[in-house]
Each structure stands twice: as structure tokens, then as C-alpha cells.
Design a protein around this ligand. Structure first.
Ligand code: IPE
Ligand code: IPE
Ligand code: MG
Length: 232
């Protein structure tokens, strides 16, 4: 239980495929339903006073899925930000991306970069999408950057502290998550925020992500739901 809302909540949005299957729909239709639900979870997070919301949208392991599903997942951010970016600007929402965007299709990478650059001066909630993210890759990437800095004389080996290491992770200056929520019934971390989760509370819900409501988020963080999203 928190007296007030936690600063940083991270969600492993799992169960989209099974949600689709349960309704005799395709996995991709499940992903689309998940992206619609994401909008509601962002709204609820704002109303709950959460400062940073990290959403695990595509893991570095998800490339091994069938290519049509991967293609669909690469297209979703394009649809999502084309529709939502003006509203995010209006609502002062800052978008960040954590993950390796280099291997993404050009169009996807461009849309993500535009969402980040156009919202970088916004001062409201930070919505951080973990996209092509893996916790091990995150640590390796940070280690490589640190080595570069030592090599070019910017810092010395003794300057490498936990705090500095943390700053070089994809999550940068964001605080560590107070709570990690996984929907969809599986109780594992799936290579999410391995370093950053050292002290996070873990919360598991059996509900598939497209059915995970703002009310359920409020319950997870021990807060009273706010009226406006009670309908889910
Ligand atoms: C999570 O839902 C979303 C992504 C990985 C993109 P899944 O696609 O893993 O759905 P399930 O776990 O197969 O039901
Ligand atoms: C974790 O879910 C990744 C995302 C939600 C993006 P997965 O469905 O990919 O994880 P595993 O395969 O069950 O571990
Ligand atoms: Mg899954």
C-alpha cells in the first residue's frame, strides 16, 4: 500500500495473443486491442498521479515470433503515434523510448524519434515505451558506453559507480520503478528492467492486458480509483 501513488510504475503488457484467441480473433487483433487499452492505462496513470509509466511493448526476444506478427508489431507504433501525438502534445505528455531502435524498420524508428523529440520539453507524465528492449542488452549497451568514456578520457575507471552505471542505461535519468506489474498470468520477468528492478515490488495479474483496466491499475498500486475511468 502506498500513501500516495508511486513515482514510477512499469507494466509488462502480456496476454494480447491469448486475448485474441479467446475471442476467436487473430493475435494481431489482440495486439490492437492491447494498444487501445494502453491509451486507457495512460489516462488512468495521469489521474492517479503516477509520474513515470514504462510500458513493455516489444522485447528483444520478440523478433523470434512469426514474421507477420513482428511486422504488425512494428507497424503499431506508427498507427499509435500518428493518431495520438497531437493529443500527447496538448496534454503535456512526454514520450521516451527505452531500447535499441537501430534495427527497427526506418518508418517505425522515425515515428518513435519524432514522438520523443516533439515531446521532450513537455513536463507532465513521462510515458516510456520499452521497445526492442532487453534487460541484458541494456546492461551491455551501458557497459560499452562507459568503456568508451574511459577510453576517451572523459571518466576514469574509479568513476564507475552504480549511480553512473544507472544513468547509462536506456532508462537514463528516470527513477527506478517502484512497482512492476505483469498482466496475463505468467510470473516471470522476461528480460525486463533487470538492473532497474532490483528493489521494485512485483505485482502479477491473471487478466490479459486488453482487459486490464485503470481500476485494476489503481488496485495494484493501492489507490482509490478515480471516477472518470471506472468504466474501464
Ligand atoms: C504481449 O502479448 C505483447 C507483446 C509481446 C508484444 P503476447 O503477444 O505475448 O500475448 P500472449 O502472451 O501470447 O497471450
Ligand atoms: C514479455 O512478454 C514482453 C512484452 C510484453 C513486450 P512475452 O510474452 O514476450 O514473454 P514470454 O515469452 O512469455 O517470456
Ligand atoms: Mg506473452
Amino acid at each position: 500500500m502506498y500513501k500516495s501513488s508511486p513515482d514510477h510504475v512499469a507494466i509488462i503488457m502480456d496476454g494480447n495473443g491469448r486475448w485474441g484467441k479467446k475471442r476467436r480473433l487473430s493475435r494481431s487483433e489482440g495486439h490492437y486491442a492491447g494498444s487501445k487499452q494502453m491509451e486507457k492505462i495512460i489516462d488512468a496513470s495521469i489521474e492517479l498521479g503516477i509520474k513515470v509509466l514504462t510500458l513493455y511493448a516489444f522485447s528483444s526476444e520478440n523478433w523470434s515470433r512469426p514474421s507477420d506478427e513482428v511486422n504488425y508489431l512494428m507497424g503499431l507504433p506508427i498507427r499509435f503515434f500518428n493518431k495520438k501525438l497531437p493529443e500527447f502534445m496538448r496534454r503535456n505528455i512526454q514520450i521516451r523510448i527505452s531500447g535499441n531502435t537501430v534495427p527497427l524498420p526506418d518508418k517505425t524508428r522515425e515515428v518513435l524519434a519524432k514522438a520523443v523529440s516533439s515531446t521532450e520539453n513537455n513536463t507532465g507524465i513521462i510515458v516510456n515505451f520499452a521497445f526492442n528492449y532487453g534487460g541484458r542488452g541494456d546492461i551491455v549497451h551501458a557497459a560499452k558506453t562507459l568503456i568508451e568514456e574511459v577510453r576517451n578520457g572523459k571518466i576514469s575507471k574509479d568513476d564507475i559507480t552504480e549511480e553512473r552505471m544507472q544513468q547509462y542505461l536506456y532508462t537514463g535519468d528516470l527513477p527506478s520503478p517502484n512497482m512492476i506489474i505483469r498482466t496475463g498470468g505468467e510470473k516471470r520477468i522476461s528480460n525486463f528492467l533487470l538492473w532497474q528492478s532490483a528493489e521494485s515490488e512485483l505485482y502479477f495479474s491473471d487478466v490479459f492486458f486488453p482487459d486490464f483496466t485503470g481500476e485494476m491499475l489503481a488496485e495494484a498500486i493501492g489507490q482509490q480509483p478515480v471516477n472518470t475511468y471506472l468504466s474501464g
